[in-house]
Design a protein. Structure first.
Length: 309
């Protein structure tokens, strides 16, 4: 059954000139059928570069929307349109427009985990891979609104020492749930382990990290580091790629405050399955459709981000 659906997906991809882009947090079977696996930044760049006619986005809704913003002439399919993101949902576009109106002289920097409506109100987007470079590309005296992640915003504020950043009060329900106590307990039982943390985590978690960075940044660090063990403080789906790349190293997932709730997994990313990928390819639906005016405004903010080196 597993193999037959995998061959069916491969056959549909070939026949329809389709490509599957997948995020590191999807399940290992989904990652295995992807043509390209990456973090949010790499996936946006890849979407822009591909010459496929159809992009199947194995990830959450804002990621597929970002691909459509960048590739208006391609068909962008989202295997499960219910796959949202608690962080993107924490910033409603109409509410954000009212907030922005209070700070007319500020530039808006938005993390890509936002709806297309928020991106349309944004001067420049960023991801956790390039947030520091994006903020540093803006003259120091220019005040900034940073949305929607208060933790990433506070982390960048600390790195840059900028006191002219207003932060939107949003967060990711997965990354906010990690327990400092349990991470330190793990470090006591694995004293040689390095702690790697995604910047969506709270400041007191980032404070004990040996490395803070995006999913791609964490993967690179684990390869570069001489350490053999890592305590991984981000969504647990990334462990599949870590183990695949570095089979001789040991990766220990950090537990959430309440380990009975499975909160170190993003329920939205797990909504993408081989079945719904196959159905999306067969039906060429569900498709991301955007209002052209909103799309054009959003595109500017993403292109501004891609231009930052
Ligand atoms: P990355 O940009 O690090 O891949 O993160 C995306 C995300 O949704 C993290 O929760
Ligand atoms: Fe959104 Fe959090 Fe899931 Fe990332 S882990 S997609 S920020 S809900």
């Amino acid at each position: 059954m597993g193999d037959s659906i995998v061959s069916r997906i491969a056959e549909l991809k070939r026949r329809k000139n389709a490509v599957i882009l997948a995020h590191y947090y999807t399940t290992p079977d989904v990652q295995a059928v992807a043509d390209f696996l990456g973090d949010s930044l790499a996936l946006s760049v890849k979407a822009r570069e591909t010459d496929a006619d159809i992009i199947v986005f194995a990830g959450v809704h804002f990621m597929a929307e970002t691909a459509k913003v960048l590739c208006p002439d391609k068909k962008v399919l989202i295997p499960n349109p219910e796959a949202g993101c608690s962080l993107a949902a924490s910033c409603d576009a109409a509410e954000f427009a009212r907030f922005k109106a209070k700070y007319p002289s500020h530039k808006v920097v938005s993390y890509v985990n936002t709806s297309v409506g928020v991106k349309a109100l944004t001067d420049i987007c960023c991801t956790s891979s390039n947030a520091l470079q994006v903020v540093e590309s803006i003259p120091r005296e220019q005040p900034i609104i940073f949305t929607p992640d208060r933790n990433l915003g506070a982390y960048i504020q600390k790195l840059t020492g900028r006191d002219n950043m207003v932060l939107w009060d949003g967060a990711c329900h997965v990354h906010e749930e990690f327990s400092l106590e349990k991470i330190l307990e793990l470090r006591r039982s694995h004293p040689e382990a390095r702690i790697v943390v995604h910047p969506e985590c709270k400041a007191y978690i980032a404070a004990v990290a040996d490395y803070v960075g995006s999913t791609a940044g964490i993967l690179d660090y684990c390869g570069r580091s001489e350490a053999r063990e890592f305590i991984v403080v981000t969504e647990a789906g990334i462990l599949a790629e870590m183990q695949r790349r570095y089979p001789d190293k040991r990766f220990i997932p950090a537990p959430p405050v309440d380990s009975t709730c499975g909160c170190n997994e993003c329920c939205y990313m797990k909504m993408v399955t081989l079945d719904n990928i196959c159905a999306a390819l067969e039906n060429e639906a569900p498709e991301i459709i955007l209002d052209e005016q909103v799309r054009t405004a959003a595109e500017r903010s993403i292109v501004n981000m891609i231009k930052v080196k």
